[in-house]
Design a protein around this ligand. Structure first.
Ligand code: NDP
Length: 235
């Protein structure tokens, strides 16, 4: 491994926090990016709003100065603005695309700069099972998550010859603040559609991300890896 710094956007809670911890356990210098610049005790954190190019650039500069070049980017930050299509406002679409899709692209573009120099790197984009199967009430979110797959595969083609892999992790339902917003009826309906009969833990998603960041995953590129208990049946 040329360098060992991993930056996880939205690393202050949920899947991102579990990923920061998993990457530390795997031996990386693991840094969270968070809008507030704060994270739980013991977690290194830089202020970073992925919806702003300036904020992304300054977060990368901070990390590079303090810890060294970023070898692994986990583009995890995401939001939902769920509502039915007929009620969805321009802002609902714009905010979700700016954060979930363009936010990941901004970070990947900035990360690729150092990775190209190092001729080594890992970019892991956190999508969702809804990229493939759709989700009523999440037209904006599913569009962003499907966009990550096309973008990630295109990046994999552009960067693959330079020792950089780009892969996409597509979780199903995971126990985090994001799914805590669902009511009991929605939760029961969802659970009945998951072959595993339960939600994932954030740690189960983080373990797959950490594997993709490892040397053992050097020949996996442009892949979508589902972590969904069978909900998407491999998609
Ligand atoms: P949470 O809601 O628990 O956490 C979201 C994280 O994203 C927070 O750290 C939040 O930071 C950060 N974030 C949001 N907007 C921005 C921004 N503009 N700039 C920087 N950080 C931002 O979500 P999860 O852990 O559940 O989800 C993580 C990822 O996994 C998301 O991309 C989500 O779409 C995806 N996912 C989640 C699933 C689930 O069931 N939970 C299923 C499939 C995919 P802050 O604390 O500042 O708000």
């Amino acid at each position: 491994m040329v360098s060992s710094v991993a930056l996880v956007t939205g690393g202050n809670r949920g899947i991102g926090l579990a990923t920061v911890r998993a990457m530390s356990t795997a031996g990386f210098t693991s840094v969270a990016g968070s809008r507030s610049g704060a994270a739980p005790d013991g977690i290194a954190c830089v202020p970073m709003d992925v919806s702003s190019t300036q904020s992304v650039d300054s977060a990368f500069a901070d990390v590079e100065q303090e810890y060294g070049p970023v070898d692994v980017l986990v583009a995890n930050a995401g939001i939902t603005r769920d509502t039915l299509l007929m009620r969805m406002t321009d802002d609902d679409v714009d905010e979700v695309l700016q954060t979930n899709l363009f936010g990941a692209l901004r970070c990947a573009r900035r990360a690729a700069r150092g990775m190209l120099k190092a001729r080594h790197g890992r970019i892991i984009l956190v999508s969702s099972v809804v990229w493939a199967v759709g989700s009523a009430g999440q037209v904006n979110y599913a569009a962003a998550k499907a966009g990550l797959v096309g973008a990630g595969r295109s990046m994999a083609r552009e960067l693959g010859s330079r020792g950089i892999t780009v892969n996409i992790v597509a979780p199903g339902f995971v126990d985090t603040d994001m799914t805590a917003e669902l009511d009991e009826k929605q939760r029961e309906t969802i659970l009945s559609s998951i072959p595993a009969g339960r939600y994932a833990t954030p740690e189960e998603v983080a373990a797959v991300i950490a594997f993709l960041a490892s040397d053992a995953a050097a020949y996996i590129n442009g892949a979508v890896i589902p972590v969904d208990g069978g909900l998407g049946m491999g998609h």
